[in-house]
Design a protein around this ligand. Structure first.
Ligand SMILES: [Zn+2]
Length: 474
């Protein structure tokens, strides 16, 4: 149900509100509120718009989640109805436990049913009904992973069902009125199992023509069959679905990497300051100056408070393009030496921390204190680096000297490296964990301090235990 907010039809919302018992006056007010919204887009220095939506509920409005829940209630009602008719069977965690047929988490829906073709088909049908009624795209995991194997073709709708041998888009892309409500058997010769290539050439575009003629009708049986594409057997399994979700998440994680991040990681600055730059996403009025709306560029660069900090650091922000934060930072970094680069990154982090301190703890900072924090953190950081860098990074690797070097794991697997250190003076142990893939890409890293004194061997084993629970969380 992603993007569901933007897709709810107002008529559907109206009838749902009526169904759960709201008065006409109340419903009128709600519909007035959702239908009088308009949006503008800021592109560079230009404002584009207004964009007037014809459906969807207001973004950010605190009322919207409740309206959305009311609409989602109809999905629950539909599922319960299917259960009563014994079309769907949920699961039980033990005997005498409640039967669970579905779970809703914000805009995620999980269905539990018997892993057979009939029930998978019912889930699809149910989603189609809900989608048509609410205007939402209920494109679930099941819908994405199910394909038709063409047998007789009488059960497969040409336009709306996934039957073409294309992994990413198994639907017909040709737009033609003659194909509406027709089934796949109408593309075959009468009496024999063979495609009618004349018809196919007449009606379909090149891409569809090729895909259809790739389907070998002699190979498949007489029955149209639904199968699950993520398992060789074609049968749906929770394991394969899970594996597939994991795979997609992993891919997303690895693709989230551009040259600027590669550069940032190569600068010696505190790791948490880098994480901050990756995560900042904000909106509304700036809590520091109360003058401009709060964007990343504003908070970290153009806000008066930030400008004064940059000034002390000796960076004239006006020398660079002030349209996009990442562009701005890229330019600034390209003009600085390594030491200055680290200062820039750390100032971004300190500004963000000052802003959070104000918003969450009502503690305001001064320009001088913010810049002082930058210097102080960098000094601490380089001191802590000094000890290990003299050993690790400055000495060239000598083969066969017995020192351990990183060896890449098998393709498509992830290697987690662990180390522990004992700080005698502070009576504490520290752990460092790094997860990398077989191409030596950094996936995640973590550090931890435990206030407890112990011997190195125990510290190492605590670190390994820490790594195991970390892997479990990932
Ligand atoms: Zn500001």
């Amino acid at each position: 149900m992603s993007k569901a907010y933007d897709r709810i039809e107002w008529d559907f919302l109206k009838s749902m509100l009526k169904k759960v018992g709201f008065s006409d006056w109340w419903i009128y007010l709600i519909i007035q509120s959702v239908s009088t919204v308009f949006y503008s887009i800021l592109h560079g220095e230009y404002e584009l718009g207004p964009i007037i939506p014809t459906r969807g509920i207001r973004q950010v409005d605190p009322l919207s989640p409740y309206l959305f829940i009311i609409c989602a209630e109809s999905l629950t009602a539909l599922i319960n109805n299917y259960e009563r008719k014994h079309w769907l069977h949920g699961i039980k965690v033990c005997r005498r436990a409640l039967v669970i047929s579905h779970m809703l988490f914000a805009d995620d829906v999980y269905f539990y049913c018997k892993a057979d073709v009939q029930e998978a088909f019912k889930v699809l049908q149910l989603l189609e009904i809900y989608e048509a009624a609410s205007g939402q795209q209920a494109k679930s995991l099941v819908a994405e992973g199910v394909r038709w194997r063409v047998g007789s073709g009488v059960n497969i709708n040409i336009l709306n069902q996934p039957w073409l041998p294309d992994d990413h888009h198994p639907y017909v892309s040709t737009v033609s009125q003659t194909l509406e409500n027709k089934c796949v058997n109408s593309l075959m010769k009468i009496g024999i199992k063979e495609w009618d290539l004349d018809i196919i050439k007449d009606v379909f575009n090149n891409r569809d023509q090729k895909l259809i003629s790739d389907i070998d009708l002699q190979e498949s049986g007489d029955k149209d069959m639904l199968y699950w594409k993520h398992e060789n057997s074609g049968l749906y399994s929770v394991k394969s679905a899970y594996r597939w979700i994991k795979f997609n998440k992993g891919r997303w994680c690895i693709e989230d990497k551009t040259s600027i991040w590669a550069k940032l990681w190569s600068i010696k600055a505190l790791p948490k300051t880098l994480n901050m730059i990756k995560r900042v996403q904000i909106e509304a009025l700036c809590p520091v100056c109360h003058v401009d709306s709060e964007t990343i560029l504003h908070s970290l660069v153009t806000c008066e408070f930030a400008q004064r900090c940059w000034d002390i650091l000796g960076i004239d922000i006006q020398c660079f393009k002030l349209t996009d934060f990442v562009d701005w930072l890229t330019e600034v970094l390209s003009t600085c030496n390594l030491k200055k680069q680290a200062e820039c990154i750390t100032l971004c982090w300190a500004l963000w921390r000052a802003r959070n301190d104000l918003v969450w703890n009502q503690r305001s900072s001064t320009v001088n204190r913010t810049v002082a924090a930058v210097k102080q953190y960098l000094t601490q950081w380089s001191l802590s680096q000094g000890k290990s860098s003299s050993m690790a990074s400055l000495q060239p690797i000598v083969k066969g000297d017995g020192a351990e070097t990183w060896v890449k794991p098998n393709p498509h697997s992830v290697k987690v490296s662990v180390d522990a250190a004992v700080f005698d003076d502070k009576e504490a142990v520290g752990f460092g964990l790094v997860a990398r893939d077989s191409d030596n890409n950094l996936i995640q890293a973590r550090t931890r301090i435990h206030n407890r004194h112990t011997i190195p061997v125990l510290a190492e084993s605590m670190a390994i235990k820490e790594a195991l629970s970390w892997i479990d969380e990932m």
